[in-house]
Design a protein around this ligand. Structure first.
Ligand code: AP5
Ligand code: MG
Ligand code: ZN
Length: 210
């Protein structure tokens, strides 16, 4: 029985979203990306979106209470299992999660700061379907459109160099402690995010099948 309740940890730009899309397609899990959910709230100008936007634009974490309220009901509805991408990100969030569900595996995708900056400054995302691209390897030009749906590609607000650096600092301070948290609970698996996307995917599938 492959892992059905999975968390992806890792710094910004490590490839969490890229791998999550492939893994949920293969295993039929519900993909819950708190970053994607928040960007949708911002785009729809909801009360939560209005509260979250300033934190996100600065690369700071949105307060735990808002995040936990946004995600907990959705986890409860994931009958066939879930893949959490970008949650939990603080010890308080991990403790809230532990009080509501057990986990089968936590996969930490690791990537050094220099490579994070390189990848995120060249990332483009489809506004319509959320597909993730990179100018350095799978986009022919700045004006290309989405392969999957023809949608417009855009650069995320928080993918400016100064904000990327802050996001990495925030990751090291607030989220990296979760590596030890989950190692102590026997759930942690680490993957080298510098490898090519296919190799990272194969490694994750090997972990989740074990
Ligand atoms: P979120 O959207 O979660 O951003 P993040 O964690 O910073 O991660 P990214 O989405 O930037 O990177 P990724 O790991 O998904 O990489 P990707 O696959 O795109 O959060 C945004 C904000 O929301 C936060 O700053 C915070 O404000 C708020 N927030 C969200 N969750 C929160 C929470 N739980 N608590 C509080 N606040 C929260 O890949 C990146 C690039 O690399 C792409 O161009 C891709 O094509 C390329 N790439 C991927 N894999 C490879 C590879 N193997 N080789 C080469 N290139 C690759
Ligand atoms: Mg992502
Ligand atoms: Zn698209």
């Amino acid at each position: 029985m492959p892992g059905r309740r999975v968390v992806f940890l890792g710094p910004p730009g490590a490839g969490k979203g890229t791998q999550a899309k492939r893994v949920v397609e293969r295993l039929g899990l519900l993909h819950l990306s708190t970053g994607d959910l928040l960007r949708d709230e911002v785009a729809r100008k909801t009360t939560l979106g209005e509260k979250a936007k300033g934190y996100m634009d600065r690369g700071e974490l949105v307060p735990d209470r808002l995040i936990i309220d946004m995600i907990s009901g959705r986890i409860g509805q994931a009958k066939k299992g879930f893949l959490l991408d970008g949650f939990p990100r603080t010890v308080a969030q991990a403790e809230a999660l532990a009080s509501s569900t057990d986990l089968d595996a936590v996969v930490s995708i690791d990537l050094a700061r220099e490579e994070v900056v390189r990848r995120l400054t060249s990332r483009r995302v489809c506004r319509a379907c959320g597909a993730i691209y990179n100018l350095t390897f799978n986009l022919s030009s700045e004006t290309a459109r989405c392969d999957a749906c023809g949608g417009e590609l855009y650069q995320r607000e928080d993918d400016r160099p100064a904000v990327i650096e802050n996001r990495y600092d925030v990751y090291e301070k607030s989220t990296a402690p979760l590596i030890a948290f989950y190692r102590q609970r026997g759930l942690l698996h680490s993957v080298n995010g510098e490898l090519g996307s296919d190799k990272v995917f194969a490694e994750i599938m090997r972990i989740l099948a074990a």
